[in-house]
Design a protein around this ligand. Sequence first.
Ligand SMILES: [Zn+2]
Length: 395
Amino acid sequence: MPHDPVAIARDLLMCPSVTPAEGGALAFLEGLLEPAGFVVERPVFSEAGTPDVENLFAGIGAGNRHLVFAGHADVVPPGRLDLWTHGPFAGDIADGRLYGRGAVDMKGGVAAFAAAALDFVEETGGDFGGRISLLITGDEEGPSINGTVKLLDWAAQRGERFSHAIVGEPTNPAALGDMVKVGRRGSLSGFIKLRGVQGHVAYPHLADNPLRVAPAVIAALMDPPFDAGTERFQPSNLEVTSVETGNRATNVVPAEVEIAFNIRFNDLWTVEALHQEIAARVGRAVQSAPLRTGRPAPLAYELAFEPTNAVAFLTHDATLIDGLSDAVEAVTGRRPELSTTGGTSDARFIKNYCPVVEFGLVGETMHKIDENVVLDDLHRLKAIYRAFLDRYFAG
Ligand SMILES: [Zn+2]
């Protein structure tokens, strides 16, 4: 009997696994995978100041080719329950859709690859000349500290060597088959504090208003563009996200301004090179900013960057990219666009172990009220993963 991705997705959706709660989701997967011969483990990872998180690693088979399906069983909170037409954990099916928090992000994706892997293993009698693993974290939507990073390290220490990975996050903007993600931009945040001298607005010569310098700094951060993009990447883009003085009094010159920013950057940049470029832009802007009343010297400032574990990466592996594109085309009749758009994902950690791409459901309703997945999409996504498995272990 083939495994039904709709039934699996529905059972998963009925587990209230809002990060960091396991909610029964991993226990359900264990009960599904273990009878089929997968060796299932559920390591719990801890770190001071963060909640403990349960994860799941399931593996079957042996051989040189080791394919990992990666994903998460945790979901974002449902928000106001009264706004949902179908309960976020009710598992309602209506109008050809399955409703619930996590339907597309990404319990539906997990259900599709679990069903595909189970069918494949059963039909080959477990003798397919390689190894398949499912790497499921419970901490993707949260701080991402006790999840994929530690699970990868844990698996590596146990001798697991991955050849290729597919992350089942929702990657398609409008229709199944639209888009495979072959990389991700990096993300870097920072803060600039411009330090002036507080004072009475009626005595500006006794004060030093940092807001006179802020516009030049903001402009220099965002222009000119950092680059023009590449074949696979959008141009790197910096957005100033906040300008704060903490001052609400109109008769006071504020002592300082804090400017916050984030840049999403492509693989033309390392974090180190961005630090240097941004520091140079800020330095020049402060030097050339208009003089403040009675203050000929450049304004004092501080520039600080938040640590980042999100660097830009691009996967080139043809086995993975062509194989998955062929599978998508075989099932949907469409050749997917290869893209690096969107936010960060756990693929940024997996890429340190093996080539990784992402392909899953249509993301339209993710994180929204009445999140839902078209039932036929679940069946077709399972068929795509299955078509990939057939090609992958045949070749
Ligand atoms: Zn997700």
